[in-house]
Design a protein. Sequence first.
Length: 129
Amino acid sequence: MMNTENLMRQAREAQKNAYAPYSGFKVGAALLTCKGLVYRGANVENSSFGLTVCAERIAVFKGVNAGESDFKALAVAASGSGLIYPCGACLQVLAEFTSELAIYLAEGREGFRCFSLNDLLPLRFSLNQ
């Protein structure tokens, strides 16, 4: 079973693959499935900024393309100081698959804090409402 420290370590490792030539802001994400598999992603910037894709969404899309849709936890590591929260678009994509997701956000080089998806996106959009 993947522990939180190992999941965060995978997010930090994924961060090394970020393509961020414009902002220099590198983000890595590691998404844990209920089966114990991990899908990693790193942000990919584009000179047409609206085409930039976040690390969290890349991890989700990789998991879904591999046939997974039951997600348990997400770890996110980013350059910069303090907590870096996932953007609203990433949270909404995650909410498509679960509302019970634990989200671990890097705090400094070693620490992290845990939130639930409900904490970060309490009023998500749904066609089923």
